[in-house]
Design a protein around this ligand. Structure first.
Ligand SMILES: N[C@@H](CCC(=O)N[C@@H](CS)C(=O)NCC(=O)O)C(=O)O
Length: 206
């Protein structure tokens, strides 16, 4: 099979896996784990010298960075297909890039802190004060998202696109901050809609 996606679904690899499922792509999923230094073997470092998942191999074209993987798949396989989740107009492309970069720069670090210190780490290692500080910082960019979703059903254009995957995959990490999300009703409803999509459910189960 020409297209390979490396990375377990319970990682940032969910982003390209979700896109591949949305687009009905034929691909080989290599459930590469990252725990315990698994991505720091010479073989894996030859694929991604950063030692991270996900990685894509599209017939020899290697892509790492999860957001780049997601955007690449949409453009590579959906650019000219009506009904695909790829941006179809310059405006959709611009909004999709804008929101994806915004997510990485304005949300991802603090959202990960919330996830780790509210849910993912063993209880005795969690530091609620770190989560609290991250939630306080997140309130500002999340208000920008809420404002957008007050007037639009989706992130780019008036249909579900790859931008909904990239943004919601990170907003999802904020779910343990229930009070913060509850204060953002449009964001909460949009997130629920994204996570209810059959392609997400399939990708998550991989
Ligand atoms: N900015 C990178 C971060 C990738 C990343 O940190 N992946 C984690 C799993 S979610 C990983 O591979 N960690 C293993 C390690 O760093 O050793 C991306 O978005 O792809």
């Amino acid at each position: 099979m020409a297209l390979k996606i490396y990375g377990i679904a319970a990682s940032r690899a969910i982003r390209p896996l979700w896109v591949a499922e949305e687009m009905g792509l034929s691909y080989e999923h290599i459930a590469q784990r990252y725990q315990g230094g698994a991505t720091h073997t010479p073989e894996f470092l030859a694929l991604n010298p950063n030692g991270h998942i996900p990685v894509l191999d599209d017939d020899g074209i290697i892509v790492w960075e999860s957001m780049a993987c997601a955007l690449y798949l949409a453009r590579r396989f959906g650019a000219n297909q009506s009904g695909s989740i790829a941006p179809h107009t310059h405006s959709e492309e611009a909004q999709s890039l804008r929101w994806t970069f915004w997510t990485v720069t304005e949300l991802e670090k603090d959202a990960l802190t919330v996830l780790m210190h509210r849910l993912a780490m063993p209880a005795e290692q969690r530091k609620p004060e770190l989560a609290q500080a991250a939630e306080k910082r997140l309130a500002t960019p999340l208000r920008v998202l809420e404002q957008h979703l007050q007037g639009h059903r989706f992130m780019a254009g008036e249909r579900f696109t790859v931008a909904d995957v990239t943004v919601s995959s990170v907003v999802n990490w904020v779910r343990p901050a229930a009070a913060l999300l509850a204060s953002l009703p449009h964001t909460q409803a949009w997130l629920q809609g994204c996570l209810a999509r059959p392609a997400y459910v399939r990708a998550k189960a991989l």
